[in-house]
Design a binder for this molecule. Structure first.
Ligand SMILES: NC(=O)c1ccc[n+]([C@@H]2O[C@H](COP(=O)([O-])OP(=O)(O)OC[C@H]3O[C@@H](n4cnc5c(N)ncnc54)[C@H](O)[C@@H]3O)[C@@H](O)[C@H]2O)c1
Length: 335
């Protein structure tokens, strides 16, 4: 068992949030890496990382046996290759969402994590968002009663973001970004057994996939759900989420300082709305890294391991398939 976290970070755009998470945790930062020299320089100067700890080739990280925690924040298409190389070298890995874009890649990451026994965590950040953590607690405490309908949305304007690897036909908006809403509902309500979806393509003409999708899902006999994904929307980013239960309803998102809770009295009569204060932190990288590091140091399971990440991708892929074929799709969770 390790007694100290020695971290290395690959991908210095969104991946800078992992450097901050590791610093917040008190980890030693042994290396940062980006194949783009300017991105590397910017991050190095920003966080005071000396030049001898900056690398343009991620394979250089494999030379340092002290590194035991690697974060991977590169284009989704590279998650499998880099994560698996790190796992095979005995490193523990925190990789960005979505786990991968294909069933084959998700299966290979699962296999490699199983074979190496290293910790593998996929960064489903919504599970660390304060409002959603509070929603999970209200559900677990029975405040909402039994859920019968859950909905979440991923509304994020990608207009300035898509002239790159995000335009890959495999990187459909539902998989790349919508995986946040799908993973959130899986965490709060369980695995959907059937999905159906419609899509439209009006706002991002250069991407080869729909830019808005609505999916309805059957979780069980008495629980249904809906996910809406818009990557061309004309509004600020948010993930509005409503959770309807037999005893109450919660309306929340990841960008507001309050959430609204309705509960009922003993006769089931709805009481006036309560406003609950909540910290706004929609990329809680500090908490995410803490959970990853604790799993390494105490050899405990990570909450979002490779199978969890793969199940979320599987639902996303089912949604895309349903929207293209017009058929109900049953996700295959046999990983
Ligand atoms: N959790 C979240 O909410 C969230 C938000 C944004 C992005 N992401 C994910 O983070 C990952 C990175 O996204 P981004 O927005 O930073 O993308 P980006 O394209 O802005 O940056 C990717 C960086 O990786 C570098 N890179 C590419 N190939 C590399 C290689 N082989 N070795 C080293 N560096 C390499 C690039 O030079 C670039 O600096 C993606 O998987 C994305 O889906 C997650």
């Amino acid at each position: 068992m390790e007694n100290k976290i020695v971290a290395a970070h690959i991908g210095m755009k969104f991946g800078m949030s992992h450097v901050e998470g590791a610093m917040h945790y008190g980890a030693e930062i042994a290396a940062i890496c980006d194949c783009d020299a300017e991105a590397l320089r910017f991050a190095g100067e920003r966080y005071g990382i000396p030049e001898e700890k900056r690398f343009t080739d991620y394979k250089e990280l494999l030379r340092d046996p002290r590194i035991n925690a690697v974060t991977v924040a590169v284009p989704d298409q590279l998650h499998k290759q880099i994560s698996c190389e790190m796992l095979r070298a005995g490193k523990n890995v925190l990789c960005e969402k979505p786990l991968a874009l294909t069933r084959e890649d998700t299966e290979q990451i699962i296999r490699t994590a199983d074979e190496t026994g290293s910790k593998f965590m996929v960064g489903q950040i919504c599970r660390f968002t304060p409002a959603f953590e509070q929603a999970k607690k209200l559900i677990d405490d029975g405040v909402l009663g039994e859920l019968y309908f859950v909905e979440s949305e991923y509304a994020h304007d990608y207009m300035k973001l898509v002239d790159n690897w995000r335009s890959d036909p495999l990187r459909h908006g539902v998989i790349g970004g919508g995986c946040h809403a799908v993973d959130l509902l899986r965490w709060l309500a369980g695995d959907p057994q059937e999905v159906f979806a419609y899509g439209t393509h009006r706002l991002l003409p250069t991407v080869p996939y729909d830019d808005a999708t609505v999916a309805i899902m059957k979780f069980g006999d008495n629980l249904m759900g809906k996910v809406f994904v818009s990557t061309g929307c004309k509004r600020d980013y948010t993930m509005r989420t409503v959770l309807y239960g037999t005893k109450g309803t919660l309306i929340c998102d990841n960008t507001s300082p309050t959430m609204t809770l309705f509960t009922t009295d003993e006769e089931g009569v709805t009481q006036p709305a309560q406003t609950l204060d909540v910290e706004v932190n929609n990329h809680n990288a500090g908490r995410e890294f803490e959970v990853f590091a604790d799993a390494i140091l105490h050899d405990t399971p990570v909450p979002t391991d490779a199978r969890e990440g793969a199940k979320t991708v599987e639902v996303c892929r089912a949604i895309v398939e349903a929207s293209v074929t017009g058929r109900i799709i049953r996700p295959d969770y046999t990983f």
